[in-house]
Design a protein around this ligand. Structure first.
Ligand SMILES: [Zn+2]
Length: 149
């Protein structure tokens, strides 16, 4: 966790957001990263997502079971989702989402939105062309050689 916090401070000095993350397995650091949203013009370049990408590349896998993530701040909904998709075993975090909100990173608003029925969210969201979209799902369902994840 101290390494993740150090990364978050280095990130601020380098012009990135104040977030750092480390992924470890059996006490050994597999990957580390900081937030690079503004540096890379990538709104998804949060420390946790960047770290997951690096860890997966290093281990040549899309499944990080057996690994833990140490992040300098409670993950936002996007990163929490990515952590679940990556099958990381455990999450340790430093700052809370409330702490983040006090400096202008309102993840809490997104958590609130997720709890609402889609029709009540700020972003309009409606189904479209479901029957056509289902074709790919049928292909997937019937593909004997697919790699499940
Ligand atoms: Zn995030």
């Amino acid at each position: 966790m101290r390494r993740a916090i150090a990364l978050s401070e280095d990130s601020v000095r380098q012009g990135g957001g104040p977030f750092g993350a480390v992924i470890a397995r059996d006490g050994e650091i597999i990957a580390e990263a900081s937030n690079s949203v503004t540096l890379d013009d990538d709104p998804t370049a949060h420390a946790e997502v960047n770290c997951i990408r690096r860890a997966c590349k290093k281990l040549k896998t899309f499944d990080l079971s057996g690994c833990e993530i140490f992040t300098s701040c409670e993950p936002c909904p996007m990163c929490l989702g990515a952590i679940y998709w990556a099958h990381l075993d455990k999450i340790y975090y430093g700052n809370t989402r409330k702490d983040a909100a006090t400096i202008g990173f309102d993840d809490d608003m997104i958590y609130h939105e997720l709890a609402l029925d889609p029709s009540r969210r700020q972003k309009p969201m409606r189904p479209l062309l479901r029957a056509e979209a289902l074709a790919a799902f049928e292909m997937w369902k019937n593909d004997e050689g697919k790699i499940k994840y």
